[in-house]
Write a protein that binds this ligand. Sequence first.
Ligand SMILES: NC(=O)C1=CN([C@@H]2O[C@H](COP(=O)(O)OP(=O)(O)OC[C@H]3O[C@@H](n4cnc5c(N)ncnc54)[C@H](OP(=O)(O)O)[C@@H]3O)[C@@H](O)[C@H]2O)C=CC1
Ligand SMILES: N[C@@H](CC(=O)OP(=O)(O)O)C(=O)O
Length: 397
Amino acid sequence: MSSTDQLSASDDADYTSNPHLSKYPRHTIAEGGRIKVGVLGATGTVGQRFITLLAVHPWFTIHVLGASSRSANQTYAKAVRWKQTTPIPTSVREMIVQECLPEHFTQCAIVFSGLDAEVAGDIESAFRAADLAIFSNAKNFRRDAHVPLIVPLVNPHHFSIIAQQRSIHSPPLKKGFIVTNANCSTTGFVIPIAALEKAFGPIESLLVTTMQAISGAGYPGVASLDILDNVIPYIGGEEEKIEWETLKILGGVVEGDDGLKTFDMHSRHPLRVSASCNRVPVIDGHTECVSLRFAKRPPPSPQQVREALASFTPDAQALGCPSAPRHAITVHEEPDRPQPRLDRYYQDGAGVSVGRVRQCRVLDVKFVVLSNNVSIGAATSSIINAEIAVLKGVVQS
Ligand SMILES: NC(=O)C1=CN([C@@H]2O[C@H](COP(=O)(O)OP(=O)(O)OC[C@H]3O[C@@H](n4cnc5c(N)ncnc54)[C@H](OP(=O)(O)O)[C@@H]3O)[C@@H](O)[C@H]2O)C=CC1
Ligand SMILES: N[C@@H](CC(=O)OP(=O)(O)O)C(=O)O
């Protein structure tokens, strides 16, 4: 039996008989053998997706929900403006929402964060200082030199920096850490880019034009009078984040002169990224047009690119993460796909859809990629990251 099977819901796992769970303190394991998790920002757009996914998760069980003082001390059903197409899971409807204070989360081996970036920095810092393991969607720590920025289908090897993050913390931490996932637009196109680099070596130049869904701006987000019958050719800070995050994600982890590990963003990368971001009247699903040039000459043909994308198998799949998509990338042959309405739930929103792979007359190849910004662009990525951390022994190790 694999370690994955040992943690599955169908197995009658209990604390004493399950070797994987025996590494976890007793108070972090619920009846039935699941790992207790908390959700910060549980009432928000990303928080709701966390709840939908975690309510049926084979390893994790929701133990605490946190949001602002506006929501705290109310039942979840009363506090939330539920916008999902499935009902609020019965397991959380009557849970009382807590303020985002570490003392309410001490029984959680894992805390997911879908907090507003205005408050995520201070709250996530306090949770880490309380020795809690945080998997965050917020941008606040993405640029931190000791915090990995992990797209689970691309760079799970960046977990190797966690031991150092704990040791340089004052005071040093035994279990606490912060892992972030990327901006939703970065996540969508960096998955096919990683697949192409794996097959053909470094990419030299990349142009990406995004058409981003309204849900990316949270709730209530963009005013209806601004977005209906319209396209807004500006999303504050988005282009800079995409251009910067791509380098951190695709770079390696190296040892610096001071003996400390660091993210290698420069030496490995002649890669230049230019992003243009637009908000469009779509509810969920970011569509991105990508053109790129490979370092390798002659470059691969569009057909070779299609084959490399379709056969990409991320490590998260091989590791046995239950939320990893069975197929990370689907490649459409139809000339008018992918489309948000048709393709955003591919692999329950965990996979990405690519289409229109063709020659670019300026660079080498161009294509369109569609990803679900709230799923693989946010909550699903955090959950797969946590699954990888469990399997690698990073959580509670
Ligand atoms: N939406 C998306 O596609 C993506 C979002 N992200 C990032 O994820 C995070 C969440 O985004 P999203 O769900 O869209 O945002 P929302 O605005 O929909 O939700 C924000 C959440 O933060 C909580 N919150 C706000 N203020 C406080 C406070 N003072 N103390 C505690 N909790 C507070 C809200 O609680 P309350 O309801 O009580 O106000 C709510 O639960 C953001 O950092 C965002 O940038 C990242 C990738 C994609
Ligand atoms: N800015 C993205 C969503 C988001 O919140 O991104 P970030 O976490 O990088 O701020 C969008 O509007 O679609």
